[in-house]
Design a protein around this ligand. Structure first.
Ligand code: GAR
Length: 222
């Protein structure tokens, strides 16, 4: 089976990148990371790529005259590496129609909230401020809006008493590391079909009795 060629864009620690690299290396996804690109020299994601023997490319955005010009550079590197699916993994830059058109419906993103709630920056902080009892993470197809594209996979994470941004973000991040490889596996196995805003997933069986209560019932009756 030929492996789906991924291009991962990351600006930070790269823990989501690592979860993808590990899942590919362990054969859990029929895919390979063809290239990792970062806009920041400091991005640990670049080291993680090199350690995994994957091409790591630094493209500093400060050198580009415009966002569009930057995205043209991204597109040319991604094409050069024959990337079929682009994965934004903590890539902290707004992308333009230049990249969107070149990889139409072939760009995924992970976001630390249950979209469509809390798009944009500081999603975990936004969720805490709004007082929700359940938050989580979302893998979605990227469209022209900010975190507005069709949803592929979500995981719910209860907000606990005493949570602060750091503790909640850490528990959400642990679920991100499950969701992104899972979304990529569904995609790479050809089980994903886009129908307008809805993403149909072949053979995904839900458990109709499964639910998350937050706060949890601990032996009590409601
Ligand atoms: C992740 O929590 C990801 O969801 C978030 O940045 C973090 C990157 O962590 N992305 C966004 O907030 C995008 N709007 P990582 O570098 O360890 O993968």
């Amino acid at each position: 089976m030929t492996k789906l060629r991924l291009g991962v864009l990351a600006s930070g620690t790269g823990s989501n990148l690592q979860s993808i690299l590990d899942a590919c290396a362990q054969g859990r996804i029929p895919a390979q990371v063809a290239v990792v690109i970062s806009n920041l020299t400091s991005a640990k994601a670049l080291d993680r790529a090199r350690e995994a023997g994957v091409r790591a490319i630094l493209l500093p955005h400060q050198l580009s005259p415009s966002r569009e010009a930057y995205d043209e550079q991204l597109v040319s590197v991604l094409r050069e590496h024959e990337v079929e699916l682009v994965c934004l993994a903590g890539f902290m830059r707004l992308i333009t129609p230049v990249l969107l058109r070149a990889f139409e419906n072939r760009i995924l993103n992970i976001h630390p909230a249950l979209l469509p709630s809390f798009p944009g920056l500081h999603a975990v902080r936004q969720a805490l401020k709004a007082g929700v009892k359940i938050s989580g993470c979302t893998v979605h197809v990227v469209d022209e809006g900010t975190d507005t594209g069709p949803i592929l996979v979500q995981a719910a994470v209860p907000v606990l008493e005493g949570d602060d941004e750091e503790s909640l973000a850490a528990r959400i991040l642990a679920q991100e590391h499950r969701c992104y490889p899972w979304a990529l596996r569904l995609w790479a196995e050809g089980r994903v079909a886009l129908e307008g805003r809805r993403v149909r997933i072949a053979t995904a069986r839900g458990d109709p009795t499964r639910q998350i209560l937050s706060p949890a019932l601990q032996g009590e009756q409601p």
